[in-house]
Design a protein around this ligand. Structure first.
Ligand code: N01
Length: 498
């Protein structure tokens, strides 16, 4: 809906110029909203794809599915997109839709307070702004989690978190340690195994690996995508991939299903058939169920760990010292570089920003136990603030762009209520959030994510914080808001309360 004269002119602030923030800005402009400002803490767009530049960075969702539905890209080089190409795609898209002009770079929002019916924004540099509506698109995995290992500061070589990769540090023919076996650690080990003199992969917990092929697209294929919009659309919605995602998301919800059994068989067979040395095979065999942690898709990790340059170390780390990593059994692995592939604090979202809602309610207090949001989008007492990829949303081995687009479709319908003047404030009611959360927690415990492993999917209480139902149920939930779950405050009521 475009803003006509009879409608209220709203001012929007979008937090973050990553995938979701760019999406929001494009959609707001497309809907005719003239007052849109995007605040970005860094000097470039891109979010996770700007911050992560480690060797081997690849998205494990097929390239053509990892695009905005309205902006297909015929030029992906491979089946799985390299990180740098994704960054480039977002930069091009941002320019094409004129969103770059709306972004205030190097402006980290430190405070966002709801006062007198508007959000008051303040950035680290002291800049102030106001908005009727705030879209929080700050991402999930953006605060690095440094390991609690003694002696990190004593190391004489180079040491950095993988999302802060120091490209000035040479890697070829050197001795590298990689701590961590998530998607990041696995991709780095695969990429570096051929280049280094020695690579020690410190695996506190081994991972199940799902095989995947990653062929290049030929020039002929790319030309065909360019010349045939229907073919390109087909690639974005490739039926086989979509069916796999649906099977996979159904299996997550039903750990005893044949679909989950099939996943378990594939990863077990892959381990059995790929690792030749029985001792190494047992080292790499996880003791928990497949897909309990986020499944790792890799075309070459098992090949990489069998290279003579690579050593898989399961021994517990005692400390890091000047020359390298000391294990509890006394072994010292001497190293030149240590990459901390130890993941992210996944429960931060907008924080450490100080977000204060209606009546002085502080987000830090509301989320003191664990972050919660109605349908992952709205928080009671935080009117006209909507989240993309907020807490309790779907995360897994599928495109978060698709998730954000569905969430946007829902948010648009809330914005329409504000724009039409039907109400001045909209946010979920406490009872709607409580009922949603009760059902969510019950379902979450039964998912494969809750089957007994440690992962970033779990909240502070050890319960999966993710969307615990099928993908179909998510799409249904995002189709249309149930307005009885929302408190809609009229302009008169708002003025009376102010
Ligand atoms: O982080 P992780 P990540 N001592 O949290 C270990 C996305 N992503 O950066 O399992 C020793 O998965 C920890 O061990 P344990 C994707 O959503 C996507 O790899 O807790 N080890 C674990 O092995 C992914 O899930 C792509 O025992 C320590 C590792 O560090 C998410 O980002 C690519 C330790 C952390 O794994 C996060 O992945 C890359 C310690 N003190 C990332 N502390 C795509 O392809 C932690 N660990 C789309």
């Amino acid at each position: 809906m475009s803003a006509t004269e009879s409608q209220r002119e709203l001012r929007f602030v979008v937090m973050g110029a990553g995938m979701a923030g760019i999406l929001a800005a494009i959609k707001l402009r497309e809907a005719g909203h003239g007052e849109v400002a995007v605040y970005e803490k860094a000097d470039r767009i891109g979010g996770t794809w700007r911050e992560n530049t480690y060797p081997g960075l690849t998205c494990d969702v097929p390239s053509h599915s990892y695009t905005y539905s309205f902006e297909p890209n015929p030029d992906w080089s491979r089946y799985l997109p390299p990180g740098a190409e994704i960054q480039d795609y977002f930069e091009r898209t941002t320019r094409k839709y004129g969103i770059d002009k709306l972004i205030r770079f190097n402006e980290e929002i430190i405070s966002c307070e709801y006062r007198n019916g508007r959000w008051q924004i303040e950035t680290k540099s002291g800049l102030r702004d106001e908005a009727d509506v705030v879209i929080a698109a700050t991402g999930v995995l953006h605060v690095p989690r440094y390991p609690d290992i003694d002696g990190i500061e004593d190391f004489e070589g180079a040491i950095f978190h993988t999302s802060r990769w120091d490209h000035s540090v040479p890697l070829d023919d050197r001795r590298i340690g990689v701590i961590g076996t998530g998607s990041t650690g696995v991709q780095i080990v695969s990429a570096l195994s051929k280049r280094v003199k020695k690579l020690v992969h410190f695996q506190r917990t081994p991972q199940w690996i799902m095989p995947v092929e990653n062929p290049e697209f030929s020039e002929e294929q790319k030309a065909a995508f360019r010349n045939d919009p229907e073919l390109l659309k087909y690639m974005q919605n490739e039926p086989e991939y979509l069916a796999n995602v649906e099977r996979f998301t159904n299996a997550i919800v039903e750990p005893e299903s044949p679909a989950m059994e099939e996943i378990e068989t594939i990863v077990r067979d892959y381990l059995e058939n790929s690792i030749r040395d029985p001792e190494l095979r047992e080292k790499l065999r996880p003791s928990y169920r497949a897909a309990c942690k986020r499944l790792i898709y890799s075309p070459d990790f098992y090949e990489a760990v069998q290279r003579p340059s690579v050593e898989v170390e399961l021994g517990a780390i005692e400390r890091i010292e000047a020359k390298g990593v000391r294990l509890k059994d006394g072994t010292l692995h001497e190293l030149d570089v240590i990459a901390l592939a130890t993941g992210f604090k996944a429960d931060q979202f907008m924080r450490p920003m100080n977000v204060v809602g209606r009546n002085g309610v502080e987000l830090n207090e509301v989320w003191a136990d664990t972050p919660r949001a109605y349908l992952s989008i709205s928080i009671p007492e935080f009117p006209n603030l909507f989240m993309l990829n907020g807490p309790n949303g779907p995360v897994g081995n599928f495109s978060l762009i698709d998730i954000a687009e569905h969430q946007w479709h829902y948010i648009e319908q809330l914005i329409a209520k504000l724009e039409s003047g039907e109400c001045a404030e909209v946010c979920a009611t406490q009872s709607a959030l409580d009922a949603f959360d009760k059902a969510r927690l019950e379902a979450a415990k039964k998912t494969i994510f809750g089957s007994g492993c440690q992962s970033w999917y779990l909240d502070a209480n050890g319960v999966p914080a993710t969307w615990p139902w099928t993908q179909k149920k998510f799409y249904e939930a995002m189709a249309e808001p149930d307005f009885s779950a929302f408190e809609l405050v009229s302009l008169e009521e708002e003025n009376a309360g102010a």
